[in-house]
Design a protein around this ligand. Structure first.
Ligand SMILES: [Zn+2]
Length: 96
């Protein structure tokens, strides 16, 4: 799988988990849906494309301050939990 596709999948999953646990909704709530859409479009426009690392290690901060804070919360919340959802993906993530 392409790296960028992989990251999109991870991101989508993380925001879904975050929303489910924090906003008690099975569907993404409006805020989370907006955040996901924003994050995915940033990935599409990322100038590092296939050679990039994961966004949290990226030196180019393409997120607005507000969105960065929001995505950081999602990552902080989901990071330790991801292993239960998709261990293979987390291992890949750690190795990349
Ligand atoms: Zn939500």
């Amino acid at each position: 799988m392409k790296k960028i596709e992989n990251e999109k999948r991870t991101l989508t999953l993380m925001i879904k988990i975050y929303c489910k646990k924090n906003h008690n909704s099975n569907q993404l709530c409006d805020d989370c849906a907006e955040l996901l859409e924003y994050a995915l479009s940033r990935l599409d426009h990322c100038r590092y494309s296939e050679n990039k690392g994961f966004c949290n290690q990226c030196t180019t901060h393409c997120y607005t301050k507000e969105k960065k804070e929001a995505i950081r919360k999602v990552m902080r919340f989901c990071g330790p939990r991801m292993i239960f959802y998709d261990p293979k993906m987390v291992i890949k993530h750690l190795l990349s």
